[in-house]
Ligand binder design. Sequence first.
Ligand SMILES: Nc1ncnc2c1ncn2[C@@H]1O[C@H](COP(=O)(O)OP(=O)(O)O)[C@@H](O)[C@H]1O
Ligand code: SF4
Ligand SMILES: [Mg+2]
Length: 322
Amino acid sequence: MTALLEFQNLKVHWPGRASGWGKPAPVTRAVDGVNLKIKAGETVAVVGESGCGKSTTGNAALGLAPITDGKIFFEGRDLSLLSKQERRDLWQDMQVVFQDPVAALNPRLTVARAIAEPLVIHGWSAAKVANRVDDLMALVGLNPDQRDRRPMALSGGQRQRVVIARALALSPRLVICDEPVSALDVSIQSQILNLLLRLQHELGLSYLFISHDLSVVRHIADRVCVMYLGVIVEEGPTADVFAAPQHPYTRALLSAIPQPDVSRRGRKERVLLKGDLPSPLAPPKGCPFASRCTIAQSVCAISRPPMELRGDDRKVRCFNPA
Ligand SMILES: Nc1ncnc2c1ncn2[C@@H]1O[C@H](COP(=O)(O)OP(=O)(O)O)[C@@H](O)[C@H]1O
Ligand code: SF4
Ligand SMILES: [Mg+2]
């Protein structure tokens, strides 16, 4: 089956500014060879620390980041070969929800106007727009009496519901959710995650779900891709990755999640992360995780481990996986 969205060896190298005569401009290797597939109806999470290239990956699919190398396909269509009109049409199929609803919403527009924006741009009649806005508000759990409110009169969770309603206005098939609950209180986070899950079941949506927090993706993602310094280092079905993480980085991320079970036998080994993410301006020659890995061997500083299939459905980029 053709994937809905597919990244093939995607590289995004942001150009920097040259600092002086004769010196080449530095390049940030934000995304450095990402392979990833999302099937129809599936949620794939991309998880990793801040600065590892998650947003740049999503933005490349949205046309907001330059593709240095590799390809992105939507239903088998190479995005780099689309005309301007085809690219605009694709916006109906692929939408985005960013972290900060305050930045995403024009403070002067009412809730109804904000949700209506994409419909108006696509030439819908006023009567059709009004009906669709009512339906969308009900779909995302907003009250009709919130129609004429402005974003600042809403709570953070309600604002994110407006952003989600607007993203769904043109019935997309895929929504890129970039840290959609990171700006919200923990109690509100689960409400928005449950909303996204319900919408997926009702509308058959697919999500590319980006988060720095592994615990957030546990209940929403079918598959998890763990990203480190521009590459995916582990990939697999969510339950399997949580039950038996194989890459030292995934193990460290998981061990940082507080465990509700504190009985002595249930307590997990703690493998905490030391040091910082290396600079993507000068990524290590060998394994990108070598500088922080507690089980690194001499080969790890010299050679890049390839992504290897482990079992039917797991992939790990490590010379010495668990
Ligand atoms: N527009 C840009 N121009 C230059 N560098 C960028 C730009 N956007 C992101 N970067 C750099 O690319 C790297 C990855 O950033 P990003 O994709 O935002 O990571 P994440 O979403 O995982 O936090 C970072 O080093 C960041 O500073
Ligand atoms: S390849 Fe080596 S340095 Fe990299 S994660 Fe595996 S053991 Fe650690
Ligand atoms: Mg980001």
